[in-house]
Design a protein around this ligand. Structure first.
Ligand code: DND
Length: 245
């Protein structure tokens, strides 16, 4: 049931050891072999995080969000899934998906519980979360619990997501908010949704990092520094490949 999947861009869907689910490994599209990594079993059930995003580019805000969710919910691994064609950004110019995938891989390689998947980059058409979550559900099987990690601003929009009623049956949501965010307001919004829906959404606080991809793109256009906003390998890749000029 647990098999790896390799696509044209070196898809890095974690491969789970069939005997005890204890280890997985990944090959990166840079040809770097990442050693076996430990996955904590949870009473026989695996809890896998899915961190979806446009990641244009990925930054420390995304990484701290995923790490906090992983820690609080004991998720392992957390799979970052860069969107191929974000359905909510039809009017926006988005950087080539392969470049965003490479940046995401570079950002996640050093963390043993992080992994990056090229699933959405390889799929044609708009990258709907339902298709991704359903794919992971079938890939890993019903004994695995899936948690989709989002920012608070994304969760309030969730009712507009494609086939959301089905989506919530396949995964739970971890919605992160930063200190100072109007938690009560968020809570009130969610509590207006059906009980079946709202009990599958978990709110957690994460350290505040006022970093945004938009700001990073603007800085790069103006030739300003992005040091300490993104991991060093991401910064180097952006510079070497003259992205966001
Ligand atoms: P974004 O474009 O907001 O990603 O997309 C988030 C996810 O929503 C993607 O997987 C989309 O495919 C999915 N989506 C959206 C709309 C419709 C549908 C699906 C559908 O299926 O119909 P960003 O790269 O901008 O950000 C990634 C995540 O990180 C977001 O959840 C964002 O809120 C969060 N984030 C931060 N969290 C903490 N501190 C910061 C953050 N900056 C972004 N500084």
């Amino acid at each position: 049931m647990f098999t790896s999947n390799t696509g044209p861009y070196g898809a890095v869907i974690p491969k789970i050891d069939e005997k005890d689910f204890n280890y997985y490994w990944q090959d990166s599209s840079f040809g770097i072999k990442v050693p076996k990594k430990k996955i904590k079993p949870h009473g026989g059930r695996l809890k896998i995080g899915i961190m979806g995003g446009t990641f244009d580019p990925i930054h420390y805000g995304h990484l701290v969000t995923a790490e906090s969710a992983a820690e609080q919910f004991e998720l392992s691994p957390v799979i970052f899934v860069p969107s191929g064609r974000p359905p909510h950004k039809r009017e926006h110019l988005v950087t080539d998906p392969i470049e965003r995938l490479r940046l995401t891989e570079l950002a996640t390689l050093s963390n043993p519980r992080f992994s990056t998947s090229s699933l959405e980059v390889e799929r044609t058409g708009y990258s709907y979360a339902i298709d991704t979550v359903q794919w992971f559900h079938h890939h890993y099987g019903p004994t695995v619990d899936l948690y989709f990690i989002t920012g608070a601003d994304a969760i309030v929009e969730i009712m507009s997501w494609h086939k959301v009623e089905r989506l919530i049956q396949y995964c739970q949501f971890i919605a992160v908010y930063r200190p100072g965010y109007a938690r009560e307001q968020l809570h009130n919004t969610i509590s207006q949704w059906s009980e079946e829906f709202s009990r599958r959404i978990h709110l957690i606080e994460v350290p505040a990092l006022a970093i945004s991809s938009t700001d990073i793109r603007n800085r790069l256009k103006k030739g300003r520094s992005i040091k300490y906003l993104v991991p060093e390998p991401v910064e180097h890749y952006i510079k070497e490949h003259l992205l966001y000029r």
